[in-house]
Design a protein around this ligand. Structure first.
Ligand SMILES: NC(=O)c1ccc[n+]([C@@H]2O[C@H](COP(=O)([O-])OP(=O)(O)OC[C@H]3O[C@@H](n4cnc5c(N)ncnc54)[C@H](OP(=O)(O)O)[C@@H]3O)[C@@H](O)[C@H]2O)c1
Length: 292
């Protein structure tokens, strides 16, 4: 068994790599079929996924059984101001991997986002709900999903949200820093979603990868909250309870319009490989406990 991980230096990829190397995740064993797999790691310096010939050549040369695509242009505001680059990485890059996987028969596990939805309906979105992205990040990620569906039969598209992990910059680390160094912050209280620990996502990506349950998945922490509620819980766990205060999106304008309600329902997980995603508060507590 050989597994190629693209975007291998990123936050999610480093978690998946650590789990595969250990043979277990925070939630349990790595599936037997994937245990001891030979890993091929590639980031933009060794495989720029926007280069079609390079992607096809790399995959033809290494012949992985599974490709886990963690590469993306993830800076939401950056995507808004660099839309051609966002499209090249998030859409064309995904297309290139899909074509290369189809050519060699590899399975493709492709990671996507809650931002494919417009976020103005008050119930968690399911996999059969129609996407309607409102930002360049969401639009280019959705275009990437469509290419993967179109070009690779043995593909899994896994949408996640509000991701944080042990490696790399993320919201949890930023909030801890603001609590400690700035005495707190104002955080928007009118955008709802599902904080997701990269360790939980990694566990499910590997379960999905070992299966033949092809299709589109939602994979986010269970339960939902606002960014403010998430920040308040982060501050509490870090020992700075009460330092965060709520504000509206209008008070905190950003270059990109973000969905007001982007909770996802993990329906496809429930009906296939099983939804073991922790409640977001439990997963967040584990994140703090594991760093002590
Ligand atoms: N972070 C979140 O909150 C969140 C939420 C929902 C969904 N997701 C999705 O989850 C996946 C993983 O996200 P993440 O937070 O782990 O991302 P990340 O930390 O930004 O990692 C992405 C990796 O891809 C690399 N990359 C960029 N352009 C590339 C290219 N042309 N070819 C090859 N590699 C390239 C990046 O390198 P550089 O750093 O050098 O650019 C980086 O190492 C992505 O598909 C993302 O859209 C993330």
């Amino acid at each position: 068994m050989k597994i190629l991980i693209t975007g291998s230096k990123g936050m999610l990829a480093t978690q998946v790599i650590a789990d595969l190397e250990r043979g277990y995740t925070e939630l349990g064993e790595v599936p037997a079929a994937l245990k001891g797999a030979q890993l091929v790691l590639a980031d933009v310096d060794t495989l720029d996924i926007t280069d079609k010939a390079a992607a096809e050549g790399f995959i033809a040369q290494h012949k992985p059984d599974i490709v886990i695509n963690c590469a993306a242009y993830t800076n939401v505001d950056g995507c808004e101001s660099n839309q051609d680059t966002a499209f090249m990485v998030n859409a064309i890059g995904s297309r290139n991997l899909a074509i290369a996987c189809e050519n060699t028969g590899a399975k493709l596990v492709h990671v996507s986002t809650d931002y494919v939805f417009r976020g103005d309906e008050p119930t968690p979105r399911r996999e059969y709900d129609m996407p309607w992205p409102i930002s360049a990040y969401g639009k280019t990620k959705y275009a990437g999903e469509e290419f993967v569906r179109q070009y690779c039969k043995k593909s899994f598209i896994v949408r996640t949200a509000w991701l944080y992990g042990y490696n790399g910059k993320n919201f949890v680390k930023t909030m801890v820093w603001l609590a400690k160094e700035k005495g707190g912050a104002k955080v928007v209280n009118d955008q709802h979603g599902n904080p997701t620990n990269a360790a939980d996502l990694s566990h499910h990506l590997l379960k999905i990868a070992a299966s033949e349950e092809y299709g589109t998945y939602h994979c986010t922490g269970n339960g939902e909250c606002t960014w403010y509620e998430f920040a308040a819980e982060i501050a509490r766990l870090a020992g700075y309870e009460g330092v965060m205060s709520p504000c509206t999106s209008e008070e905190f304008p950003t270059p990109t319009k973000r969905p007001a309600y982007s909770s996802l329902d993990n329906m496809m997980l429930r009906v296939t490989v099983g939804d073991e995603m922790r409640h977001w508060k439990d997963a967040l507590k584990a994140y703090f406990d594991n760093q002590k």
